[in-house]
Design a protein around this ligand. Structure first.
Ligand code: ADP
Ligand code: ADP
Ligand code: MG
Length: 472
């Protein structure tokens, strides 16, 4: 087993990794930029080191991070998600310095990080791929010709994109002409690469993804699927496991497809294969994420498997602790990304001090959060500040329990997406379990809820505000 792991990340995922380390008896080392001096992950790890005054540079410098890992006696490094988690250079530097990177080989990260190369790998594995260009587009005329071939609407996508950025739907030639340069500059700015390609737009699809695990002995398994169709601007808001929209036959089929993709590229560690499900029931490979995902939690809830623990075990050279035949799932789970944003105001970020935080509890409720009462959310990072994860035996119970848990969770001082999710949970379309990636856009009225608090909460909030004002 690895002895000591540097957590090259921040926020709730750094806390999550520190927890897995603690259970395994592995020491953990946190890093923090000055803006994160009082962040929760700093307190949860065994040791913590500053990586400098800049809010971002310290989390994004692979050489400095691996140096720190070596200096502090770490034999492993966990990249989390976002930041450098899909940066092949980090994996390579780790390998050259004798620090085990907790993820796949650099070459696999590289090839899957390029969406056109990933599509070719899936094709080689005999997996259906969203119709699209073989490689990158050469210029706008190439784009227009290709779009004619596939038929509008099309999706113009950054080849090295991620996090829902660098994607534009184009409904006609004019749209495509207008967006072409825009996506290129977005891609260059966000990902440092100008390459773009084009896919047929699957209209109102379901986003279905499969969690896989693979060890260094050639064992590759899937942990069933997640439904991440509730998205805003191609970014996930609510995730469900299993998908309420699949039958057992589809479930088995898609699980096998994901394993095929992973095997094809010699995948090791945890990963996710993302698919689009068309309204006619066809599945298309979309991309593979070569890291732990934000929504790994709901798969843990339905299978009972600790995915981060498996990641560390795999990186330690141990075999998977599970076999495909013995992996089962029970009930339903939902994850709500609690973002520090104001849905009533165009989802404007709402950073600042959390004057009070009450974590929800009760049966089937889990919170993976990076907040506490008195914590000030810095403005430099992602707006997701907590994940509320709910498990129940069936869909009906999940809806009831999720509403209860969202009400149970109280965050004062900032705006969050909590109340918005309550509206979604009450909507008949969502409750029917039959929805697609167009849901959020189709229901702008759901952001027009009332924010009146129950009188006793209001009284408490006013009292707290007066106390804060008078320095009590
Ligand atoms: P998941 O697929 O795990 O749900 P997301 O796509 O929501 O993950 O991304 C998780 C986090 O990582 C987000 O903060 C997102 O902005 C960031 N992220 C993902 N991919 C990239 C990338 N290629 N470059 C920069 N940030 C990324
Ligand atoms: P990212 O790397 O940013 O996660 P993805 O390729 O996974 O990018 O796409 C993100 C989301 O964009 C998908 O979940 C889906 O909602 C939408 N999307 C992407 N490609 C298509 C497509 N060809 N047709 C329809 N929707 C798409
Ligand atoms: Mg994706």
């Amino acid at each position: 087993m690895l002895k000591k792991v540097l957590i090259a990340n921040r926020g709730e995922i750094a806390v999550r990794i520190a927890r897995a380390c603690r259970e395994l008896g592995v020491r953990s080392v946190a890093i923090y930029a000055e803006a994160d001096r009082y962040a929760l992950h700093v307190k949860k790890a065994d040791e913590a080191y500053s990586v400098g005054p800049d809010p971002l540079q310290g989390y994004l410098n692979p050489h400095q991070l691996v140096n720190l890992a070596v200096e502090t006696g770490c034999d492993g490094l966990h990249p989390g998600y976002g930041f450098l988690s899909e940066n092949p250079e980090l994996a390579e530097i780790c390998a050259s310095r004798g620090v085990k990177f907790i993820g796949p080989a650099a070459s696999v990260i590289q090839s899957m990080g390029d969406k056109t190369e990933a599509r070719r790998s899936a094709e080689r594995a005999g997996v259906p791929v969203t119709p699209g260009t073989d490689g990158n587009l050469t210029d706008v005329n190439d784009a227009l010709a290709m779009a004619e071939k596939f038929g509008y609407p099309v999706m113009l996508k950054a080849t090295s994109g991620g996090g829902g950025r660098g994607i534009r739907r184009c409904n006609d030639a004019k749209d495509l002409q207008q967006n072409y340069q825009r996506v290129i500059s977005e891609a260059t700015k966000a990902f440092g690469r100008a390459d773009v390609f084009l896919e047929k737009c699957i209209v109102n699809p379901r986003h279905i993804e499969v969690q896989i695990l693979a060890d260094s002995f050639g064992n590759t398994v899937h942990l069933f699927e997640r439904d991440c169709s509730i998205q805003r601007r191609n970014q996930k808001l609510i995730e469900l496991a299993p998908s309420p929209q699949l039958n057992d036959e589809q479930r088995q089929y898609i699980g096998e497809l994901a394993v095929k993709v992973a095997r094809e590229v010699g995948y090791e560690n945890a990963g996710t294969v993302e698919f689009l499900l068309d309204s006619d029931g066809s599945f298309y490979f979309m991309e593979m994420n070569t890291r732990v995902q934000v929504e790994h939690t709901i798969t843990e809830e339905i299978t009972g498997i600790d995915i981060v623990r498996e990641q560390i075990r795999i990186a330690s050279g141990l075999p998977l602790s599970v076999q495909q035949e013995t992996i089962t799932y029970t009930g339903f789970s939902a994850q709500f990304r609690i973002n520090a944003e104001d849905p009533k105001n165009g989802f404007l970020p709402s950073f600042g001090r959390i004057s009070r935080y009450y974590s929800p509890g009760g049966p089937g409720v889990r919170t993976d959060a990076a907040i506490y009462t008195g914590y000030t959310i810095p403005p430099h990072y992602d707006s997701m500040c907590a994940k509320l994860v709910v498990w129940a035996r069936n869909w009906e119970e999940l809806l009831d329990r999720s509403l209860r848990a969202l009400e149970d969770m109280q965050i004062y001082g900032i705006h969050t997406t909590r109340d918005y999710y309550k509206q979604i949970l009450k909507h008949p379309e969502f409750r029917s379990g039959n929805f697609n990636t167009g849901f959020v856009e189709a229901h702008p009225e759901l952001t027009q809820y009332s924010t009146k608090r129950r009188p006793e909460f209001l009284a408490a909030a006013i009292a707290a505000a007066i106390a804060a004002q008078s320095g009590m």
